[in-house]
Design a protein around this ligand. Structure first.
Ligand SMILES: [Zn+2]
Length: 287
């Protein structure tokens, strides 16, 4: 498997390959908007349009998720999902037109996580790499990790160079990570020399420690590691607002999106524009 993904741009490519192109971003924002709408309707409408749910089921299928696992994750019977997708030919009914809001929100809440995806589905390797690298950073030798996964050392190094992995591999690495990240390798049969060799190796290659990630960011292709020098809240907000404005939002809409007062955003904007050139250069250098 080489680096290039064969998926069409859209929801699946955004979620599984980390593509952030316009089409992928648009597909995901459509999905997010539909989900929010379904949740909002759920508070008063008896039924919602089934099309949103149907589209999401197709998206999940494009990600390699079977109806069976979507049924398990959503708590909605598989036959009911099938009726939304294709109708019931034996009853000569077409795809269902409306669904209960509770069903819609349950299905729309299902994301293409490692639990839901088929084991053979190919996804981007970023979370797998980060987990293995963080374990080496913590002093687990690569040889030890390879053995724990049932791989040869050669397979292990090859995996670290590959852009994509199967869900099966990603799950195995995640489970290993969840078991090991809190433990001290020296208490689990790793000798002091191998321990410091692993740590030095990771530092030399600029790998990131466990603390650089949390559960929400570790699989996110575009996520930046947390390095302890956090961007101030006001600066992060200004950067987000500038991005929204570049996408055609007004200043007011940007403020609403970010959940801050328009006047506060205006103040932060002028602080941003008036900041000393020195600070601006520093900011860019660390960005
Ligand atoms: Zn794309």
């Amino acid at each position: 498997m080489n680096g290039a993904s064969e998926r069409d741009h859209g929801y699946a490519r955004y979620k599984l390959d980390g593509c952030r192109c316009y089409r992928c971003g648009f597909a995901v924002s459509q999905y997010n908007a539909a989900r929010e709408r379904a949740i909002a309707y759920g508070t008063w409408a008896p039924y919602v349009d089934a099309e949103t749910v149907r589209q999401h089921l197709r998206n999940l299928q494009a990600c390699g998720a079977g109806l069976r696992s979507v049924a398990a994750a959503s708590g909605v019977d598989r036959k009911r999902l099938q009726a939304i997708l294709t109708g019931r030919p034996e009853r000569r009914t077409g795809p269902q037109e409306r669904v209960r809001p509770a069903l819609a929100t349950a299905v729309l809440a299902v994301e293409p996580t490692l639990e839901v995806l088929g084991a053979a589905t190919v996804i981007n390797a970023v979370g797998t790499h980060r987990r293995l690298q963080a374990l080496v950073y913590a002093g687990w030798p690569q040889h030890h990790l390879a053995a724990a996964l049932g791989w040869t050392d050669v397979n292990f190094s090859a995996l670290l160079r590959r852009q994509q992995v199967t869900v099966r591999t990603a799950r195995a690495v995640r489970d290993l990570y969840d078991q090991r990240w809190k433990s001290d390798p020296r208490e689990h049969g790793v000798d002091a020399q191998a321990y410091s060799r692993a740590r030095n190796h990771a530092r030399r290659l600029n790998w990131q420690p466990v603390g650089a990630w949390d559960d929400d960011t570790i699989d996110e292709a575009g996520a930046e590691p947390y390095t302890g020098s956090e961007t101030p809240v006001w600066l992060a907000a200004v950067e987000d607002a500038l991005e929204l404005e570049a996408d055609g939002f007004t200043r007011q809409q940007a403020a609403d999106r970010l959940g801050i007062q328009r006047s506060t955003l205006d103040t932060w904007m002028s602080r941003y524009r008036n900041r000393p050139a020195q600070a601006a250069t520093e900011q860019e250098a660390t960005a």
